[in-house]
Design a protein around this ligand. Structure first.
Ligand code: AMP
Ligand code: MN
Ligand code: MN
Ligand code: MN
Length: 280
């Protein structure tokens, strides 16, 4: 059965509306989907409504947190979208995101990209959409200031580049505590995508676990079998549940909803957790 527990709509930096995303998931025969937009749950209710009995939706989000001065992503899976603690945190994060997006825009203006913020915003889903560096990258690519989204990151948006803006997100500890308080479970997203040595990644996982984190992503569609095997073993070593997700944002790249992702047999799936099971 195809499952995908990490993807984005245009409520944050995905290209598709919630409706288009659900239609795409259905047409690809995905049976269980978690919509994990960056620091927002705006699309979740609509996703559940549109999905109806076509596929199961697990309410979720992808929270940006700060750990040891680094930006880490934690998926909150199976959250209660009415939780006031979660809503308060989301409001704080959105304020940080808005300031950061404006500051990235100002830096790009200085580099000659007039109205960068307004133009990037105009390409997003709605006035409420969360603007990430992903949105800016797609804008820069659309005006041919970069030859790919990846190139836009490498030239302008990555740490150390001219339009990079550092942000202090909620701490790893507080982020996880609020995910738990809101009935969800904390999943460490794409562990191999941080600029961390294997030793530092183990330190991150240890801190994540001490803070109450319960699962990690083991499988995504673009990875090598060696990487999947490594993450599967790490997941067992730290006695975490295993999750999987495409991190789909838009078509045209190797990432696709539910494609080539499965939880290795050796691991216990996050879907076994009661807090997630209640949505199946
Ligand atoms: P932010 O949370 O604003 O820092 O933006 C992070 C988002 O940018 C990620 O969720 C990805 O969608 C996207 N992203 C980060 N690095 C890259 C990259 N090298 N190439 C393409 N997209 C990236
Ligand atoms: Mn993104
Ligand atoms: Mn992420
Ligand atoms: Mn993501």
């Amino acid at each position: 059965m195809k499952i995908d527990l990490h993807c984005h709509s245009n409520c944050s930096d995905g290209a598709l509306s919630v409706e288009q995303l659900i239609d795409r998931a259905c047409s690809l025969d995905v049976k269980i989907l978690a919509l994990t937009d960056h620091d927002t749950i705006n699309g979740v209710e609509q996703a559940m409504h549109i999905a109806a009995d076509r596929l199961k939706i697990i309410p979720a989000l992808e929270l940006s947190v700060t750990w040891n001065d680094k930006q880490i992503h934690i998926v909150g899976l199976g959250i209660d979208i009415d939780s006031t603690a979660l809503i308060d945190l989301i409001n704080e994060q959105n304020q940080r995101r808005k300031e950061r997006a404006l500051n990235i825009g100002k830096k790009l203006e200085k580099l000659g990209f007039k109205d960068a913020y307004a133009n990037t915003k105009a390409l997003s889903g709605s006035d409420d959409s969360i603007i990430t560096r992903g949105n800016y990258a797609r804008y820069l690519y659309s005006i041919k200031a970069a030859c790919s989204v990846d190139d836009a990151f490498n030239t302008y948006l990555k740490q150390g580049k001219k339009a990079y803006v550092k942000t202090q997100w909620v701490s790893l500890q507080n982020g996880i505590a609020i995910i738990k308080q809101s009935g969800g479970i904390a999943v460490l997203a794409h562990p191999k995508r941080y600029p961390l040595t294997n030793m530092k990644l183990c330190e991150l996982i240890e801190d994540f676990k001490s803070a109450g984190g319960e699962a990690m992503e083991v499988s995504n569609c673009g990875q090598s079998l060696t990487e999947r095997d490594y993450l599967s073993k790490l997941c067992l070593k730290y006695n975490l549940l295993a999750s999987c997700g495409s991190d789909f944002h838009h078509e045209g790249v190797f990432r696709e909803l539910g494609h080539n992702i499965e939880i290795p047999q050796a691991n216990t799936s996050v879907l076994e957790h009661d807090r997630v099971k209640r949505f199946l």
